[in-house]
Each structure stands twice: as structure tokens, then as C-alpha cells.
Design a protein around this ligand. Structure first.
Ligand code: GLP
Length: 264
């Protein structure tokens, strides 16, 4: 696992956007196969998406041959609800880039048969060729996508029940009303994310410090599902100084030294 530590979230967001664009461009230069990208929601990726939009408009990268799959969606929230992840993605990314509509995949939280929806999602990912890169965030309790604590690290796309903690944290998007936050979601599994050739996780701010400590220094455990990244050959966490505030000084120095040596 690599940890890219930047001074603030803006610098971290730029790093991630440029990294993703470079990966898309590198694949486009060697093959006509699409770049398969996993995407996330939340306040954290907004800066990365803004920079990707700027790069598309400036002709520095194109999403014309990108196929994307979002991580998760609430169950039962209308697609056009301002806090649905469909709305979020169109507002903060899709409506402003050149990704063809048919290449965009987001789980349908209103599907009549949610289990069939989840199985079809996994099949569509395989049909697309599997993920080249999965961009994710992390919850304050270390959850990745909506894989709450005690989700199996070998989990796949499925319906899940959200923890009280997550609903309380996400109440800020629902007029501060915990009761308005859906109780369930559809989410890719930990193993779905880890099936990607590369995983890039964004984590900004001191609220993510405990999650990063558990994920980086703790044991690989279903208690902190991001810790599954320890078992991935190409996992990177992009964070700011505040988010690594609970790492041991020796861990912090190690990751800084690796980055200085490798200049990635
Ligand atoms: C939700 C999403 C996660 C996201 C997390 C953190 O739980 N399902 O994918 O990583 O929120 O959100 P934020 O970036 O707003 O802190």
C-alpha cells in the first residue's frame, strides 16, 4: 500500500485527478479497449471531479472510451432526489464531461428485484473487462463504498443495512434529519473493489484519521473494511496531513520517505 500525503485536500484532489487522467491516457495510447473506472460519491471526491472536468474541457483527457461503474446507491430514494447518488454524479461529473451516457453505470436502488440488480451489476463489470482503476472514499468508521464494519472482505455487490453511525454522518445531506437517511443501500462489495487492477482511495480531514489508522496500521479485519486494501497489490491512499494525524510518527516518516524516493 502506498500513502500519498499532501498538505491539504486541494493538493490531494489534484494529485488524484492527474493520476486518473494519466492512467486513462496511457491505456488509450496502447489499446482501443475501454478504460473501466470505478467511481465514488461523498464530499471527498468533488475536488478531484472538478479537476477532471477542467482537464476534459482543456482537452487533456477524454472519457469517450471510459466505462464507469459507481460504487453504491441508496435503496428507495427517487433517482431525481437531490441526494441520490445518481443526482450527485450527474451534477459533479457526468453532465460536464464527454463520457457517453451508455457507458455510465449506477446501481438502481429502486429495482423491483434488488438481488437481480446486484448480480447483473457484477456481470456487467466482468463484461466490460473488469476495473482498471477504482476510485473510492472512506467513511469515518473505515467503511469502503457502503461496506459497513463487519462486512465480509470477500463480499460482492448486494443490498446492505446502513449503520446508525453512517446514517448520522450522512444526515448532513438530508437537512440534518437522521430519519430521512435511507436505511438500506446497494453497494459493490469489498472484493468487487479489490478486483480492480488498481485502487485509489481519497481521505481528507481529521475525521478520517481513525479510519486511516485502522486501515493502515491495524490488522486486516472486517471491523475496518478499508483494511482489505492491505491485501491488494496496487492500493494507494491519497490524503492530507490531517487525515494521517493518528498514524505513528514512524509510519508517517516511512510513507513520506517512500514517496520522496519513488516520486510517484
Ligand atoms: C458514504 C459513501 C462512501 C463515502 C463516504 C464518505 O458512506 N457510501 O462511498 O466514501 O460516504 O463520504 P464523505 O466523502 O462525504 O466523507
Amino acid at each position: 500500500m502506498k500513502i500519498v500525503i499532501r498538505n491539504n485536500s486541494n493538493e490531494g484532489s489534484l494529485w488524484a485527478a492527474h493520476y486518473i487522467a494519466r492512467k486513462i491516457n496511457e491505456k488509450a495510447a496502447r489499446t482501443s479497449e475501454p478504460f473501466v473506472l470505478g467511481l465514488c460519491t461523498g464530499s471527498t471526491p468533488i475536488g478531484t471531479y472538478a479537476e477532471l472536468i477542467r482537464m476534459v474541457k482543456a482537452g487533456e483527457v477524454s472519457f469517450k472510451n471510459v466505462i464507469s461503474f459507481n460504487m453504491d446507491e441508496y435503496v428507495g430514494l427517487p433517482v431525481d432526489h437531490p441526494e441520490s447518488y445518481h443526482s450527485f454524479m450527474h451534477t459533479y461529473l457526468f453532465d460536464q464531461i464527454d463520457e457517453p451516457a451508455e457507458n455510465i453505470h449506477i446501481l438502481d436502488g429502486n429495482a423491483k428485484d434488488v438481488e437481480a440488480e446486484c448480480a447483473a451489476y457484477e456481470e456487467a463489470i466482468v463484461k466490460a473487462g473488469g476495473f482498471d482503476l477504482f476510485l473510492g472514499g472512506v467513511g469515518e468508521d473505515g467503511h469502503i463504498a457502503f461496506n459497513e464494519p463487519f462486512s465480509s472482505l470477500s463480499s460482492r455487490t448486494r443490498v446492505v443495512t446502513l449503520t446508525q453511525d453512517t446514517r448520522e454522518v450522512n444526515a448532513r445531506f438530508f437537512e440534518g434529519d437522521y430519519n430521512k437517511v435511507p436505511k438500506q443501500a446497494l453497494t459493490v462489495g469489498v472484493a468487487t473493489v479489490l478486483s480492480s487492477q488498481e485502487v485509489v482511495i481519497l481521505a481528507f480531514g481529521s475525521k478520517k484519521a481513525r479510519a486511516l489508522k485502522d486501515a493502515i496500521e491495524g490488522p486486516m479485519s472486517h471491523y475496518c473494511t478499508l483494511s482489505g486494501l492491505q491485501n491488494h497489490p496496487a492500493g494507494t491512499i491519497v490524503c492530507d496531513e490531517a487525515a494521517v494525524g493518528e498514524l505513528k510518527v514512524s509510519s508517517y516518516r516511512y510513507f513520506k520517505a517512500v514517496e520522496a524516493a519513488e516520486k510517484f
